[in-house]
Design a protein around this ligand. Structure first.
Ligand SMILES: [Zn+2]
Ligand SMILES: [Zn+2]
Length: 310
């Protein structure tokens, strides 16, 4: 039998932390939104509500990918102060907490990818990385020190504090313009679909797909996830060079967010879209052995898994 003095050299899956859900503020709103979306499917819903649902999924997914991710988290392009605010409001209407909260957590993901301090590491299991980590009250705080370049804007600090304002306003607009179908299908169904398509990047894009680059993490490229998330599925590319406005590095790697950013740049709403450096494009493919080396989230020994630094 292994003792503390003789730790087992055999690697075993990492032990996930005990869930510490906060029911009132974290679990119930998410649960209620899922029930509202599911309930809508039992009623006769007019076609316009489904059109609204699809449109709101698309526009808000662009807000998440172009706004939360490529602009606020990585500054891969430039824009004016007023359009920065528009992007923040659009992204926050996705009901994925505040703009500073999102960017700070995402910067931590790149800093600690797949490690102990990566809050949605796939090493902690699918459900934890997909949705469980957000139900833990320890993830509620905004790590302001990670986003000092953003906290200097009072309007972003205000928006981050009242993060429920944009989704609540959108829900009310859906209700008053299209009635209950607008609220339940237009808003709730599209929001739940938007959540789960966004969350696949945390749960699946470090597990499912191929590795073009031998990065120090387990990120992968996946065309299915790229279609589901308007281009975010080229996650191995993104971990290799996170400062690029495009994540589909090749012409055949469909990246709808980049195409729309390019369109916005023609109207000077955004500019200075940062390209992929030629040497990154020319980098040789890793050898099979290198690609296998990080083929799965890193497993930890029993003794390592018992302690988490949070
Ligand atoms: Zn990123
Ligand atoms: Zn990642």
């Amino acid at each position: 039998m292994a003792t503390a003095a003789s730790p087992s050299p055999v690697e075993v899956p990492r032990i996930p932390p005990a869930p510490r859900f906060q029911w009132w503020s974290n679990v119930l709103p998410m649960l209620a939104s899922h029930l509202a979306a599911l309930g809508a499917l039992f009623f006769d819903v007019p076609a316009e509500a489904w059109v609204l649902c699809g449109a709101l999924w698309f526009v808000r997914m662009f807000g998440v990918t172009a706004g939360y991710h490529r602009y606020f988290s990585h500054k891969t392009f430039k824009t004016s102060r007023w359009f920065q605010f528009v992007l923040a409001v659009l992204a926050q209407s996705s009901a994925q907490k505040g703009v500073l909260w999102w960017a700070a957590h995402h910067r931590d993901h790149h800093r600690f990818s797949d490690g102990e301090r990566d809050v949605h590491s796939p090493a902690d299991g699918f459900w934890h990385s997909h949705i469980g980590w957000m139900l833990d009250p320890q993830t509620n705080a905004t790590k302001s020190r990670r986003v000092r370049d953003l906290t200097r804007f009072p309007e972003l600090r205000w928006l981050n504090r009242f993060y429920l304002l944009p989704p609540t306003a959108l829900a009310l607009i859906c209700l008053f313009t299209m009635g209950w179908a607008g609220l339940f299908v237009g808003f709730f169904v599209s929001t739940v679909l938007l959540w789960h398509s966004t969350f696949t990047i945390n749960s699946l894009s470090h597990v499912w797909g191929s590795r073009r680059y031998d990065t120090t993490d387990t990120s992968r490229n996946n065309p299915v996830l790229a279609l589901l998330t308007l281009g975010e599925g080229w996650h191995n590319n993104h971990h290799r060079y996170m400062l690029s406005a495009r994540q589909g590095f090749r012409w055949w790697q469909v990246d709808v967010t980049y195409y729309l950013l390019k369109l916005l740049s023609w109207f000077r709403l955004v500019w200075d879209l940062r390209p992929v450096p030629q040497d990154v494009l020319n980098e040789p493919r890793p050898q099979t052995a290198d690609r296998r080396r990080r083929a799965r989230p890193r497993l930890r020994s029993l003794t390592e898994g018992a302690v988490r630094d949070r």
